[in-house]
Design a binder for this molecule. Sequence first.
Ligand code: C2E
Ligand code: CA
Ligand code: CA
Length: 667
Amino acid sequence: MKQTQPHRGIGASIIAGFFVVLALMVSLTIVGLRHVSETNARLRGIAENNNVKAELAVAMQTALRERALSMHALTVLTDPFDKDAETQRFHALGADYVAARQRLEQLPLSGEERAIIEHIRTLTRVAQPEVQAVMDMGMEDENPAMIDRIRNSAMPRQREIAKQVSDLIQLQREHTAAAVREAEASYREVHDLMIALGASALFIGFLIATLVSRRVSRQARQLADQALYDSLTGLPNRCLLHDRLEQAIALSPRNKRPFAVALMDIDHFKTVNDTLGHDVGDELLREVAQRLKQTVRADDTVARMGGDEFVMILHGFTEDNVARFAEKLLARLSPPFIWHGQAIDISASVGFSMFPLHAEDSGSLIRYADIAMYAAKRSGKGHALYETKMEQADRTNLSLKGELREAIQEGRLTLYYQPKISNGDCGLVGLEALVRWEHPKLGLLTPDQFVPLAEGSGLIGPLTQWVLKTALAQLGELHARGHPLNMSVNLSARSLHDLELPQLVSELLAGSGVAAKFLTLEVTESAVMAHPDSAMAILARLDRMGITLAIDDFGTGYSSLSHLKQLPMDEIKIDKSFVMDMEKNENDAVIVRSTINLAHNLGLKVVAEGVESKEAWTMLNALGCDHAQGYYLSRPLPPERLAAWLDNFSGALQASLRPPRAAPAVI
Ligand code: C2E
Ligand code: CA
Ligand code: CA
């Protein structure tokens, strides 16, 4: 819908422009034609009038000339008949002359013409008696006197009149010439006007065309921008990235420069988005884009693939540069992002593929960088360069999913049980069920190797169900054999999104005949934060059912103890990363101690996991930690060894765990 808007605008502009130019051309033609026709009419009037007047003036001149000849003829004629005829001709010519003059007088005359004609009339009046006298002499045969009179008096007068008539003719000729000149000027004027108007119509047409084409090209540029750039970060998008990659591939062999494709993904971006909101997520992506741009060289490309994935094309890059660049990149991202005064820490994983070493086409380069990025995430190292065996691992994953599905369906998974020991009296309080998969070819797989696979392929529901059912069955058996133990089961983040879970747990509890208070469900902080609303609802229902709830891996996630107050938790499990080294690392020891204190203040039980040494066990006892788990106390036990271990525990084992009575080390 949005896309059609500019075209409609451009179409309207073009049509409007066309009509403006058309209107200009039409008015130009009308003005020109009107002017020409007016000039034509005027000229025709002038020409017709002048023609008539000139004709009459010439008639007057002719009559005068003929009368002069007639007068002379009379002096030589002797025959009275001839004389008489000539006299009549003379008078007829006089009448012609007068008639022509009278007609001339009736025509529209200029002042000058009127003055000349008036003068002619006066001269004629003066000449008339003289001419009459000559004619009379002619009739009386007084030739010598007549000739004398003609020559000295009548002719000069007649000549004077003739001169005036020829002046009149000259004047009319001048008038006609002036009219022609005026017409020519008028035509020239029209011609100039037509050219001026034509030029301005052309100019306006050109102007409109320029404006429209500028608008069109601006809109085309905007559309191209929309198509090629990511609107959130302003970085090239997937489409332009592909283009740039093709370009780099085409140029690289020529200038002998290898290049790398780096694909980066922000760790736990979804959690940030879910807990802090999409606005924060967007702002974070913009900031990451800025930081990435500052890390690469000017001729390198940083593009956004979508989501929290960024791709960089790094020119002149070899395998030797990978580690240094990755460190620089991750260091750039390490300063926390500040959002309304709140600091948000992020980390990222980046995978590299090399041209032409790994692939020579854009699709494979991106795919390999992606595979390397996942390998980087799995290894926790933050960066990785593509290797062929990574792809094999990927392919293995695919077939592994199918096998996992079968293993769950056919109940071929196993639960190992790790004992949980009470610190004060070293009593056994419970077991944590830890799932294992005895793979026919790959051997015994730990949950880290297949639980993420289950989470990513819809198998987590059946897996959780199987674990709960098996653990409760085992627990029922233990209770029956006189071990009133507690059983801890781990829930994945996905399970906290499954609103059917409380119902399922309740049915399984009923099926096993074990009371709810013997079941502990462990969830991680980030699992709660991934779906806070559904997690809250599910946890509240489980709590009401009387199930013990524990926060697992405490200290590694985003939330704080104050956040936990809002959750119906009974127990906190301090992450093993703090416990394992606490006797050597003072920071870890401080964290463990303050966590225990804070948890106790909130009325929560504290479990330390990862107790690997006697020292750690002793320290935890001194700090008042409630329960502990770890290799020092017991490794997770396969079901077939559980019974023997339990029997053994109440004997020598338990006693050996008793911490020395000596004063505890002060931390
Ligand atoms: P977790 O819940 O933190 O479980 C404790 C892990 O620490 C177990 O690894 C356990 O074998 C190991 N561990 C116990 N004592 C020590 C020690 O002293 N030192 C060291 N270094 N490690 C110790 P495991 O069995 O490989 O399980 C790994 C994770 O997989 C568990 O972490 C848990 O989050 C998850 N998991 C295990 N079983 C299940 C399950 O049935 N369902 C789900 N959703 N997740 C499970
Ligand atoms: Ca656990
Ligand atoms: Ca843990």
